[in-house]
Ligand binder design. Structure first.
Ligand code: NDP
Ligand code: MG
Ligand code: MG
Length: 341
């Protein structure tokens, strides 16, 4: 059984007695900074000069300083810049300011696990990784709820790293929902596996393929969009509420029978073999190496794939149809570039 911590298992005063630097103010950065601040923690946000996030963070009442100044002041440093930028950021602006007994925190184990960041021996290396997008981490906290987190300690240099990690997770609101104890290796490999095979890569390509098959067979694209994309959230909501069983209980017997008969035809043994091959590339570091090499070269492969996927016909169909959903916010937002800052 996994070890799961809740609010009663953690002492909030531990993190309240530290000085915390949140480096980056994007999807996760803003949520960590604001939630910790609202939990009574002394927070400063470290940002690059000229960053467009400075005004945003200051408008939220946060103190913003340069990255090096933030690391110098703080004894807990949470690194929330994109994974591909953390190696250089760490070497140039964080490492020179680490003192014995400081704690280095991450929300994903990528750089530590694959060896791109090597922390000094006298510094705690910890992780609090929310299992959800940053904007939901903030919204849930404000609503008195929390997004579950993974907690782990790669190096307990002080002997107090676990208590500190749990305290941070509590301040973030994560222990309201539960903090699962894990390791940097398990978090990193399962996170990459989940996003590549199921949550992101698997899901988006399942939707796109279903759309293509229907449209190529002569059905209207609008019909195809509603059928293989829009309904997805309702189905997933049922699964989250009551498991796959609740979804199968709610759908028609026709749909349920079709699930049993045709699901295994689509997601067949090949898919499992492919997922295992993807897992091999994650475990061997081959995926990490390919991602970082491309990023270091200015991300030519990444940008090419991003542009190609953004021009998939389902995107144009969906954009038109969503205009009818007046309750959807930010209809004109461009989600094809940059990050969710
Ligand atoms: P974002 O892409 O949203 O981070 C953007 C922020 O990082 C901006 O404030 C940006 O500053 C800053 N930044 C970018 N490059 C640099 C750099 N070279 N040096 C200093 N600051 C920089 O990141 P995420 O929040 O998506 O990810 C942060 C971490 O959280 C990652 O480790 C990720 O794996 C993990 N994570 C993310 C989740 C998510 O919901 N997105 C979920 C769980 C974990 P500027 O304004 O100057 O551009
Ligand atoms: Mg991830
Ligand atoms: Mg149907």
């Amino acid at each position: 059984m996994a070890k799961i911590y809740y609010d009663d298992d953690a002492d909030l005063s531990i993190i309240q007695n530290r000085q915390v630097a949140i480096i980056g103010y994007g999807s996760q950065g803003h949520a960590h900074a604001l939630n910790l601040r609202d939990s009574g923690v002394d927070v400063r946000v470290g940002l690059r000069p000229g960053s467009k996030s400075i005004a945003k963070a200051e408008a939220q009442g946060l103190r913003v300083v340069g990255i090096e100044e933030a690391c110098e002041e703080a004894d807990v440093i949470m690194v929330l810049a994109p994974d591909q930028n953390q190696r250089q950021l760490y070497a140039e602006q964080i490492a020179p300011h680490l003192k014995s007994g400081d704690a280095l925190f991450f929300a994903h184990g990528f750089n530590i696990h694959f060896g791109y960041i090597k922390a000094p021996a006298d510094v705690d290396v910890c992780m609090v990784a929310p299992k959800g997008p940053g904007h939901i981490v903030r919204r849930e906290y404000e609503d008195g709820r929390g997004v579950p987190v993974l907690v782990c300690v790669e190096k307990d240099a002080t002997g107090h790293a676990w208590e500190l990690t749990k305290s941070y997770a509590k301040a973030l609101g994560g222990l309201r929902a539960g903090g699962i104890e894990t390791s940097f290796r398990e978090e990193t490999e399962t996170d990459l596996f989940g996003e590549q095979n199921v949550l992101c890569g698997g899901l988006s390509h399942l939707i796109e393929t279903g759309f293509e098959v229907l449209v190529e067979a002569g059905y209207q694209p609008e019909m195809a969009y509603f059928e293989v994309c829009h309904e997805m959230k309702m189905i997933v909501d049922l699964i989250i509420e009551g498991g796959i069983s609740k979804q199968r209980w709610s759908i028609s017997d026709t749909a349920e029978y079709g699930d049993y008969v045709s699901g295994p035809r689509v997601i067949d043994g090949h898919v499992k073999e492919n997922m295992k091959a993807v897992l091999d590339d994650i475990q061997s570091g081959a995926f990490a190496k390919r991602f970082i090499a491309d990023q270091d070269a200015g991300a030519p492969e990444f940008k090419k794939m991003r542009a190609a996927e953004a021009s998939h016909p389902i995107e144009a169909t969906g954009k038109e149809l969503r205009k009818m959903f007046s309750w959807l916010e930010n209809q004109d937002a461009d989600y094809t570039e940059g990050t969710a800052a």
